[in-house]
Design a protein around this ligand. Sequence first.
Ligand SMILES: Cc1ncc(COP(=O)(O)O)c(C=O)c1O
Length: 401
Amino acid sequence: MSGKANDEKLNYLIEQLAEIDAKGLRTNIRSLESAQGAWLQIEGRRVLNFCSNNYLGLAGDKRLVDAATVAMQEYGFGPAAVRTIAGTMDLHRELERRLAAFKGVDDTITFQGGFVTNLGTIPALVGRGDAIISDELNHASIIDGIRLTKADRYIYRHADMDSLEEKLREASGKGYRAMLVITDGVFSMDGDIAPLDQICDLCERYGAISMVDDAHGEGVLGRGGRGAVDHFGLHGRFDIETGTMSKAFGAVGGYTAAKQPIVDWLRQRGRPFLFSSAMTVPDVAACLAAVDVLEESTDRVDRLWENARTFQSVMRELGFDLGQTATPISPVMIGDEQLTQTFSQRLFEEGVFGTAIAFPTVPLGKARIRVMISAAHDQDDLEAGIEAFARVGRELGVLKA
Ligand SMILES: Cc1ncc(COP(=O)(O)O)c(C=O)c1O
């Protein structure tokens, strides 16, 4: 069969791509020609960066770059095998100890990223004969982690404690070996915070294990950015925190922070730990430097919040709808997918990089430009961004003229 005829087997994918194009749902990935920071070089132009998860401005920070460079001179670049087979570098263990001290937990285990952390942690902890009780808006990595288990699934309405209790009551009557309640700490598309204190109370009442994915709480919430559990003062009560070092920490990697038996078990049964190579040397060294920066001072976390409050209050005064956010995540709600794509394109022409987020990342009809405020922005940056939003908002009828 000729190559061309053979390619007919891919027609269904070509048709699906045409379908998402027609609905304005194809993700347009821009190439960055500079390091992450408040401003970026894209397509030869300098644009204001309103969409990275670089909460604390650490992704391009010299201390992280220097730490990675020095570590590579000693340890090389790659770990060259999985840790259980080729041994673990002392650098990885040092990071796990430093993270445990930072988070105020018994121990941590690192994985290659936040997504993989959930894929590795959830199926290692529960299986057939157990129950998982999950918020309906949990992140894709939690949903996929749940799909990898044979545990029974219960989905509760978003952040609704009556609904969670109803599911716990229903599951309690079934004699499961273990019940695991999972929630995002900060919901990444809306910026609202899960009521971890109430979730913790309910888990204790029903004997369930509590787990939070703190990807957007790390470096943002709690004392000096220690995360959502710290924000609610739940140390020693909340069982499991999973996190990422690809957002506030400015590098790449993930971890589970928990009580000792949980971490010990993950070192025996966490599949991405057993069957995939460890974090790279520069990432580990950069993460260690990020912990140093966070432990040194709260300046960056304080600046992040100051910037977020300024941006959100001015945008609301202008008439933009920022939904239920309680964190620096600032979703500018537009609704229609095509209009949101046009809004994003016009912003780009005005020198602001703000990506349109649409289905399947958020429900149909709830498209938005999700602005990610960073400690790297200064007042002039925020003003420039707000002016561009106001101009485009009036032009496209999202704001009254
Ligand atoms: C809640 C949540 N969990 C996990 C992840 C994945 O983290 P990583 O990018 O480190 O794989 C993300 C990132 O988008 C996230 O928002």
